[in-house]
Design a protein around this ligand. Structure first.
Ligand code: MN
Length: 335
């Protein structure tokens, strides 16, 4: 099960009965938990992670990945502030515990000040989506009290990955790096280094381990403006894509808005084919989704649509591979 291309669902921190049953009804392979609220102010313990895995498995699902420890577990390591070494040691412990709990992937990012959005927008039929426009952003704010340039972020990335990747390897945990969102040079005084093909190429060469790869957020790659599928092919060929956030945007940095699959910059069918033909053995999840009529805050309706689109695209490719693409014979002479 773990080695075939598959569709999962994600983006929640509380594995409620409602969400886990919904996931089971959708027929997905498993779930991605987004910063689950576990005990522990500086690291996670194995027993809590085991309990989380067992809860998900009780619904016939698996934890495909946990995406991101709380940012305050490693923000000082990202910025190189006092306490960085202690955070790195705690991160190493969390990795050991994630591995011991049988959870295969820990997602991470290199954004000390997180995802930024400006005023929301509407897409098709008035569905609500998030948007970013650098012209609207508060560029004067200093989220960490000063300037942290790209050189600092890179040096700290190297220090961090040198310390944690050997532990990830020994613990059987793969670490999946998400792009900076939005992919602009700097926000709040903190440089954004994982915002381009060059950045990811450097990251994968700097931190060269089979346990370091990409959480390929197609939405973020779309925000970068062109080259999303070429980047997908590049890292797929190197077996560095561990999983995919399958979403899209209209426009590109410095100004874009999220949208439904099929109305954005990326040809969703071509993206699915790129992964399938490239021998991808990981999973795809929805990401942020447009808020539809009568939707819940989590977005059951929007997520059902995105998940169904992904499942449909994958089913078509599987059917094509199984049947050689032949048209079923109806017995009539006409065709
Ligand atoms: Mn994403």
């Amino acid at each position: 099960m773990a080695d075939v291309m598959r569709i999962a669902i994600g983006q929640f921190s509380d594995p409620s009965e409602d969400i886990l049953r919904f996931a089971a009804q959708l027929g997905v392979s498993g779930v991605v938990l987004n910063t689950p609220r576990l005990p522990g102010a500086v690291r996670w313990e194995a027993e809590d992670l085991v309990r989380l895995r067992q809860r998900v498995e009780a619904y016939g699902l698996r934890i495909e990945s946990i995406e991101n420890v709380p940012t305050h577990f490693y923000d000082r390591a990202m910025l190189g502030l006092e306490g960085a070494q202690e955070q790195i040691e705690n991160y190493q412990a969390t990795l050991r515990h994630v591995g011991a709990a049988g959870i295969p992937i820990l997602g991470y990012h290199w954004m000390p000040n997180g995802v930024w959005r400006t005023e929301g927008a509407a897409t098709r039929g008035g569905a609500r989506v998030t948007a970013f426009d650098l012209a609207q952003a508060d560029t004067a704010v200093r989220t960490h009290g000063g300037e942290f340039g790209a050189d600092i972020l890179w040096a700290n990335y190297e220090r961090f990955t040198d310390a944690v990747l050997p532990v990830a390897e020994a613990s059987g945990v793969r670490m999946a790096l998400h792009p900076d969102d939005p992919p602009v040079a700097s926000l709040g005084g903190v440089a954004r280094i994982m915002r381009s093909f060059e950045g990811f190429d450097r990251a994968m060469r700097t931190a060269d381990s089979p346990n370091n790869g990409l959480n390929f957020c197609m939405g973020c790659w779309s925000e970068m403006g062109g080259g999303a599928l070429a980047a997908m092919r590049h890292f797929l060929n190197r077996r560095r894509i561990f999983y995919v956030h399958f979403r899209d945007v209209q426009g590109a940095a410095p100004a874009f808005n999220e949208c439904f699959l099929g109305e954005g910059n990326v040809d969703a069918a071509a993206a699915m084919r790129t992964l399938y033909d490239g021998g991808f053995t990981g999973f795809l999840i929805d990401d942020h989704v447009p808020g539809m009529i009568d939707d819940t805050p989590w977005g059951h309706r929007g997520r059902a649509l995105a998940t169904g689109q992904m499942q449909g695209l994958l089913m078509a490719l599987q059917a094509e591979a199984a049947g050689g693409g032949a048209t079923p014979d109806c017995g009539e002479e006409c065709c």
